[in-house]
Design a protein around this ligand. Structure first.
Ligand code: SF4
Ligand code: SF4
Length: 368
């Protein structure tokens, strides 16, 4: 990933400061109650007594805010949980003030603007501008179809990235998003953004059917545009998505990612090398879902970006009322095959279960 070292340094400083002096108000553990701020039920909670406590359970703080200003989208991708789960509120959106208040409330140094399709948010330009003024690193996650039309609403900034979703080469990407021509428009948007001086990375979800050779072909093809980085993560089996066949078990994921090092050597992967080792089964991480909290029209989504047992009015409620130790593989069957970046990249970034040589690995990755 090509990003300024000052960004890495400031993130490292933020992590060190919060590990040393975590905010006490976020470390309390309050039993999830039937109060009005939490109208949803915890559907399944069971704590595995044999499980070791999460090493950071009393030092909880966020790294990346997943901000969903709206859930409306121009596409209906096969594997998308969002447009299905939030069907009843699909016409609602957060105000600009609510978006900024959420960012201020949690204070995460990185904001990933997702959705739905965030380029459909009428104040998307103003939102990015206001987050940039707060010195946030911003990823605008988009299917790429509106970049061409809306590019003039943005100003290039070394901490602002268009993050274009591409799941394969033209034929397979268009099948996944269920519409012909999407790949071409996304690539054209990406090309124009790079030409105009913007940072652009891509985001690829790996499904059971994904051929990693095709992902290599995709990255090879994209290298002509001098793309700044590639994120890659296994898909999660949303209960809201009917097609269970497309999602992978942990063993499927290990098999799929076993040769990922080759891609990491050739292309600027933004995925941390230690998280890639987790995907290969070479190390284990507990889920650190509070590292990537999600805020949307229903509030702070708990426990994570993927599963929803509650929406809370405040970030502090999410941090203190979520029964964190009831989640993760072995505790909740919905977590058993989950290895997605929003639960486990924070574990890698926080250096949980670190091994000798990790610092060197991370430094070489950052310098590369
Ligand atoms: S573009 Fe994104 S939000 Fe829209 S349907 Fe596809 S995955 Fe869902
Ligand atoms: S393991 Fe996955 S599904 Fe379970 S809480 Fe963590 S991120 Fe969410």
């Amino acid at each position: 990933m090509r990003f300024p070292l000052s960004m890495t340094a400031s993130l490292a400083g933020y992590i060190a400061k919060n590990k040393l002096r975590p905010k006490p108000e976020w470390q309390k553990t309050i039993k999830p109650g039937s109060d009005s701020s939490n109208p949803f039920h915890i559907v399944y909670t069971h704590t595995n007594a044999a499980r070791k406590p999460h090493p950071m359970i009393n030092r909880r703080f966020p790294l990346v805010l997943m901000l969903e200003p709206l859930h409306a989208c121009n596409l209906t991708c096969t594997g998308c949980g969002r447009i299905r789960e939030y069907e009843s509120t699909i016409t609602q959106r957060l105000s600009l003030e609510q978006c900024l208040a959420a960012s201020d409330e949690c204070g995460a140094p990185v904001v990933s603007i997702c959705g739905g399709e965030p380029m459909l948010y009428p104040e998307i330009g103003a939102l990015v501008k206001a987050l940039a003024a707060r010195n946030k690193t911003i990823y605008l996650c988009t299917n790429g179809m509106f970049i061409k039309k809306k590019l003039k609403e943005f100003t290039p900034n070394e901490k602002f990235f268009f993050n274009v979703h591409l799941d394969g080469m033209e034929k397979n990407h268009d099948i996944a998003v269920e519409r012909e021509g999407v790949f071409r428009e996304a690539v054209e948007g990406l090309r124009l953004a790079k030409q105009a001086g913007f940072k652009v990375c891509t985001n690829t979800t790996v499904y059971k059917e994904t051929d990693i050779n095709e992902i290599e072909e995709l990255f090879e093809y994209l290298s002509q545009f001098n793309v700044d980085g590639h994120m890659i993560s296994p898909a999660y089996g949303y209960s809201a998505v009917n097609d269970r066949e497309i999602f992978m078990t942990r063993d499927d994921i290990y098999e799929k990612f076993k040769n990922i090092d080759k891609l990491a050597e050739r292309f600027p992967l933004s995925t941390t090398p230690t998280y890639l080792e987790f995907l290969q089964g070479k190390r284990d991480y507990p889920c650190t879902a509070w590292g990537n909290p999600t805020y949307n029209v229903k509030g702070w989504k708990g426990p994570c970006y993927l599963i929803t047992d509650a929406h809370y009015k405040t970030f502090e409620e999410l941090m203190t009322r979520t029964p964190w130790e009831s989640y993760g593989a072995g505790n909740d069957p919905r977590c058993d095959h989950c290895m997605v970046h929003c639960g486990f990249e924070p574990s890698a970034a926080l250096g949980i279960n670190s091994k000798f040589g990790d610092t060197f690995k991370l430094m070489s990755w950052a310098f590369r």
